[in-house]
Design a protein around this ligand. Structure first.
Ligand code: ACO
Length: 375
């Protein structure tokens, strides 16, 4: 029997800075009324100067690990879903691994637009079901504010920054992630993209002046795609899980636009309370939006043991995905005795000592000749 992937911990992080619709009124030709009516968004969070996708991911991950009562060294894999990584390479997941001290974990990113978190969840579930991994950290994290053209009113009002993380653990107990569906249609690639900065259009003065490093979107086309794919993905994943649609307790949709969510709800014939919405506070945080929403639901105890939760998203690619989850109490983790904790701490310190000494000697080496020069 394959092990089940259970959600043992969750955590989120959003930057402190709030950008309201009124702030945007002072930046571009828009209005609070237009943004609320067309999207439902009221405010969004913007990363501080010292923040990036990896720093927010690390914060969310620490909270998720604390909630699961697990140490980073117990992780077998870290998967970060993002379209706004710290670098083109290395993967943001590797930076997270280093910051957490997750010495045993494989680490990589997935890029599937706003559906990225569902791709990461599905990979984690498959790794656990295959018996390859026992404990996986998945994170959706974005700093879209750095990829937005702040002079383009049709996109800059939509996006926000933040991160959400889940810890998945293997268990023989039935439950957790019941089914996942993933899909993509690359013929819609041009509808939502950041054209420059890759190998097709490398960074150059012209690409900068054309603002080709920022998000370009055909909003209407993405809207049409989203309203059709969201209800379809929900139905597909429930069929795969072997459950009727009426068994759904809560749907956590990608938080892009209230009108998209409302259209999907009507097509599915579900009541308003069945859909969780928090986009009015955070805007569209792309791959981070579903885990952030799930954290809020879990923290406010809007779901109970045994609740059936469907996560569903769509995004750049074009991509889509859905997951059906049977919510359960995080599995109790045995508390480790003090000598084991001291052993792991000592091992981590020893592990990092050579790199620390190397850095120190290098700094000294750099510092000495310049001191000599000054004297
Ligand atoms: N303020 C005021 N007016 C605006 C603004 C604004 N911020 N933005 C656009 N307008 C104007 C347009 O110029 C247009 O004016 P016109 O009729 O004189 O030409 C008018 O408003 C209507 O524009 P539309 O683009 O048709 O507006 P629409 O109702 O479609 O709403 C929106 C636009 C909100 C972008 C919508 O199309 C949408 O939500 N699309 C889906 C986008 C989405 O979800 N993207 C995220 C995908 S996830 C990922 O992978 C990142």
């Amino acid at each position: 029997m394959s092990p089940y992937a259970h959600i043992a911990g969750w955590g989120m992080y959003v930057p402190a800075r709030v950008l309201t619709n009124q702030d945007l009124e002072r930046m571009v030709d828009t209005s609070d009324e237009w943004i609320r009516a067309r999207t439902g968004i009221v405010e969004r969070r913007i990363a501080g100067e010292k923040e990036s996708t990896s720093t927010m991911a690390v914060e969310a991950a620490r909270r998720a690990l604390a909630r699961a009562n697990l140490s980073p060294r117990q992780l077998d894999a870290i998967i970060v879903a993002t379209i706004s990584p710290d670098y083109l390479t290395p993967a943001t997941a590797c930076l997270v691994r280093a910051a957490l001290g997750a010495d045993r974990a494989a680490a990589f990113d997935v890029s599937a637009g706003c559906s990225g978190f569902l791709y990461a969840l599905s990979l984690a579930q498959m790794g656990i079901a295959a018996g390859e991994w026992r404990c996986v950290l998945i994170i959706g994290a974005e700093t879209l504010s750095r990829f937005v053209n702040w002079e383009d009113r049709s996109t800059c009002v939509l996006f926000g920054d933040g991160a959400g993380a889940l810890v998945l653990v293997a268990s023989e107990e039935p439950g957790g992630v019941l089914a996942c569906v993933l899909g993509a249609d690359g013929s819609g690639a041009e509808l939502l993209s950041i054209p420059a900065g890759g190998s097709r259009m490398p960074a150059a003065p012209e690409t900068l002046s054309q603002r080709a490093h920022t998000i370009q979107m055909d909003g209407r086309a993405v809207y049409r795609f989203a309203t059709h794919i969201l209800p379809e993905a929900v139905e597909q994943v429930m069929r795969k899980a072997g459950l009727p649609l009426s068994a759904v307790d809560m749907i956590v949709p990608h938080q892009a636009n209230m009108r998209i969510i409302e259209a999907a709800r009507k097509k599915l014939g579900l009541p308003e309370e069945a859909f969780f919405v928090n986009l009015y506070r955070y805007g569209n945080t792309s791959a981070a939006s579903i885990p952030i929403a799930l954290c809020e639901i879990a923290d406010h105890e809007l779901i109970n043991d045994g609740s059936i939760v469907v996560l569903v998203g769509f995004g750049a690619g074009l991509t889509w995905g859905a997951a059906a989850v049977r919510w359960g109490v995080p599995l109790p983790q045995p508390a480790r005795p003090w000598y084991q904790r001291a052993f792991y701490l000592g091992r981590a310190v020893l592990h990092r000592l050579p790199a620390f000494l190397r850095k120190l000697l290098y700094r000294l080496w750099q510092w000495l000749p310049s001191r000599g020069g000054e004297e």
